[in-house]
Design a protein around this ligand. Structure first.
Ligand code: ADP
Length: 383
């Protein structure tokens, strides 16, 4: 293991060739738009988030909160690689956005004392992009490919031999006269990250020696993340303030850190700078984030479903019209969290609000309809 590194926003990072989706080499994907207040609980990193995240990332395994099992497995992987003096097996990290996949990849490199190169699947459009990347790796380097399930198929096929035999075959010419020139690749460790593990092809998945799945964080774990971030940002955060923010962070450290920054702004402008429960509540009311972490759109969908359609079932496009959004936005942005929280269910007949959904809006769900008397139980008509 490397010597413990004190963490702080002003410390230089491990050698990095460019953040995923960032402006540097090997990462050309378009960054998502800067969030509006309505995007405050988005799990996708904005440009502003990235600037802060670089300083807030845990730098050693010991700082990485939660994910007990994956952390222990990664620790073993590292320990054995260091003992053998060889790069560890290739690692696949799967799980929703904002849960720490990039952070874990950077920790892995830091703990190995290796440099890390960051890129993303969509940035590798052609096989040639990947050849250039692989043949320029230094021995022992870590290559991080975010959203690896989106890598172009020809590049993916090149990756197989690179992962297995540390070799790439460059094809010269076309058709019958084409020849394959094998090029050596320095032994490296690939860390792939994916939000859609199911979309990975079998041959690619099989080439990872280790697959770790990251899950949503418990509120107590998010409180730890917030305490650490508040210390690094110099924000006076009271435990009750931390608990309030953690409960609204949708199980996601990225969201927790973003809410902390917005609450800090409020605390500085409208209060005495200290983040207490009351300050956090007042701040998050301004940003339309409720006690469960629902934002304006999530609530609008739930409200429309319950108040205008009696709890459903209602079709997706009708729901979209009711809230003034495209059906895709409702389906991809609002619904996953509403479903995960058990507030809304998708049924073959349409969307329905669950009893929990009704309660969340302070309303009583309708009594389940009693089955009417069966036809044959009806009293016989008087003759
Ligand atoms: P992903 O790659 O899965 O989208 P990131 O690694 O970019 O997620 O994490 C987003 C931010 O959340 C990081 O900047 C980091 O500050 C914070 N974070 C994520 N996981 C943890 C963790 N386990 N402990 C502390 N902070 C974390």
């Amino acid at each position: 293991m490397t010597a413990p590194v004190p963490d702080g926003p002003d410390l230089p990072d491990v050698p990095v060739a460019g953040e995923p989706d960032g402006p540097t080499a090997g990462s050309t994907a378009t960054p998502p738009a800067t969030p509006t207040p309505a995007d405050i609980v988005s799990v996708v990193a904005s440009g502003d988030d990235r600037a802060f995240e670089a300083g807030l990332r845990p730098r050693q395994l010991a700082d990485f909160v939660g994910q007990q099992r994956v952390r222990e497995q990664v620790a073993l992987l590292l320990e054995s690689a260091l003992r053998r003096g060889r790069p560890p097996d290739h690692v696949l990290l799967s799980g929703p956005p904002g849960l720490g996949k990039t952070s874990l990849a950077m920790i892995l490199a830091a703990e190995l004392g290796a440099a890390i190169r960051l890129t993303s699947g969509p940035a590798i459009e052609r096989a040639g992009d990947l050849v250039a990347l692989l043949t320029s790796l230094a021995p022992g380097e870590v290559l991080f490919i975010d959203e690896i399930h989106r890598i172009a198929r020809p590049a993916e096929e090149l990756l197989y031999a690179a992962m297995e035999d540390f070799r790439v075959d460059v094809m010269l010419g076309k058709g019958a006269g084409a020849t394959a020139i094998p090029l050596d690749v320095a032994p490296f460790t690939l860390v792939g990250a994916t939000t859609r593990g199911g979309l990975l092809t079998g041959p690619l998945r099989d080439r990872f020696g280790f697959v770790g799945h990251l899950d949503f964080y418990a509120p107590a774990e998010l409180e730890q993340v917030l305490t650490r971030s508040a210390r690094l940002l110099g924000v006076p955060l009271r435990p009750d303030g931390g608990a309030e923010i953690a409960g609204r962070s949708r199980g996601t450290p990225r969201v927790a850190n973003r809410l902390l920054r917005r609450v800090r702004d409020y605390a500085e402008v409208r209060a005495d700078g200290i983040v207490t429960r009351e300050v956090a509540r007042a701040a998050l009311a301004v940003y339309d984030v409720d006690e469960l972490g629902l934002d304006r759109l999530d609530r609008a969908v739930l409200e429309a479903l319950v108040r205008r359609f009696g709890g459903g079932p209602v079709g997706l496009s009708t729901l979209g019209v009711a809230v003034g959004e495209e059906p895709e936005t409702v389906e991809e942005v609002a619904e996953p969290f509403l479903v995960r929280e058990g507030l809304l269910a998708r049924t073959p007949r349409g969307r329905v609000a669950t009893p929990h959904g009704w309660h969340h809006l302070g309303l009583a769900p309708p009594e389940p309809r009693q089955p009417g008397p069966a036809l044959f139980d009806l009293p016989a008509p008087a003759t």
